[in-house]
Design a protein. Structure first.
Length: 364
């Protein structure tokens, strides 16, 4: 019992020790990790420990507080730790490779952990792939077809050198679409697509936002596609903006929507009936895009959101002369051209949308 308490105290002391990196999860950066891999010598959070538990050949986990720790394991943890592991297992992470955080979906976190410890993809011995060759990929993905009813196998081709992504159907001789890497974006959308490997690809065609919803049965394959798209985008940005410093380029490689969800909107005369629409807020492009359904291929429209000093504003009341039958929370988005009126499901959603819109209005 004395050993148990003493070793637990030593372990918790190690977890808090300055300069070790042990105070944050070695894999997703979450603060105060409560678990550890005694085979790798790292401190990890509860969520990441679940992934490690499925890799018994390379990792074995215990709770810092609930399990008994032998003295030799404490010594092993002391000689290793998160900073040591980072230097070893993340020696050569390419700048375009997406490093997941705790809020990211399971497949991203899973493949990051497997890439590091199981496949040793970023060890010092590995040769760093240049983004142009890393941004070239060919293979099949399941793509949501017209009418949003079923997924069909489609051949995809990505070429950073040509600056395009194409996809083909069995019937088509030429590509069904040629997508410029300039407007290409990819984000994981697990809940929306209804698949744990669901990826949403967006691009601009003829001035309109276009969505492709895809997945692959293999987690490794879909994450490899995601990082290949990021490599192609990184190559494009480095070539197009050679003088922009890297820390400014990295966040622009791919992006998630700042907020998504249903609201009701009325037309420009503000006398039309309110209709339910699915809204996506793209804070980087400063656009509020709306669709009839979440899985629609094309947007029905979009609203540009400028800065406050340009006359943009978000209010929680109605413009004069506008009357709403339902007693539900409203948002008025004021732009120099017109006022957009939205109805939210409840007060919490209204607050969340207003906060998200205000963040775009106040960003430089």
């Amino acid at each position: 019992a004395m050993d148990y308490e003493r070793n637990k105290a030593l372990l918790l002391e190690l977890q808090r020790a300055a300069g070790t990196g042990n105070d944050r999860c070695a894999d997703c950066g979450d603060p105060d990790p409560e678990w550890a891999s005694y085979k790798l010598g790292i401190f990890i959070c509860l969520n990441c420990s679940g992934i490690h538990r499925n890799l018994p050949e390379i990792s074995r986990v215990k709770s810092l507080r609930l399990d008994f720790w032998e003295s030799n394991l404490i010594e092993f943890m002391r000689n290793h730790g998160n900073l040591w592991a980072k230097v070893k297992y993340e020696a050569k992470v390419p700048p375009y490779y997406y490093i997941p955080k705790s809020c990211d979906c399971m497949v991203l976190r899973q493949q990051w952990i497997r890439a590091k410890y199981e496949r040793g993809e970023f060890l010092d011995t590995q040769v760093c792939q240049d983004p142009c060759s890393a941004g070239s990929r060919e293979g099949c993905l399941w793509k949501l077809g017209k009418g949003r009813r079923q997924f069909q196998k489609r051949q995809f081709l990505l070429s950073a050198r040509e600056g395009v992504m194409k996809y083909y159907s069995k019937e088509s001789k030429g590509p069904k679409a040629i997508i410029s890497i300039e407007t290409l974006n990819a984000m994981f959308q697990v809940e929306k697509i209804g698949h744990s490997h669901g990826l949403q690809i967006t691009y601009i065609t003829e001035g309109q936002t276009r969505n492709l919803f895809v997945y692959h049965e293999s987690g490794k394959e879909i994450v490899d596609w995601f990082n290949a798209i990021r490599a192609a985008r990184y190559h494009y940005l480095k070539t197009t903006f050679p003088n922009v410093p890297e820390p400014e380029l990295i966040p622009r490689i791919t992006r998630n929507f700042a907020k998504e969800g249903y609201m009701e909107k009325t037309g420009p005369k503000q006398k039309e009936a309110f209709k339910v629409r699915w809204f996506c807020l793209d804070s980087q492009e400063r656009n509020l895009i709306y669709f009839k359904n979440p899985l629609d291929a094309f947007a029905q429209g979009q609203v540009f959101i400028g800065r406050r000093d340009e006359g943009y504003e978000v209010r929680d009341d109605l413009p004069q002369k506008v009357w709403v039958k339902k007693k539900k929370p409203v948002i008025t988005l004021v732009t120099p051209a017109r006022e957009f009126v939205f109805i939210c499901e409840n007060d919490r959603k209204q607050r969340e949308w207003m906060d998200a819109l205000n963040r775009v209005i106040t960003q430089p």
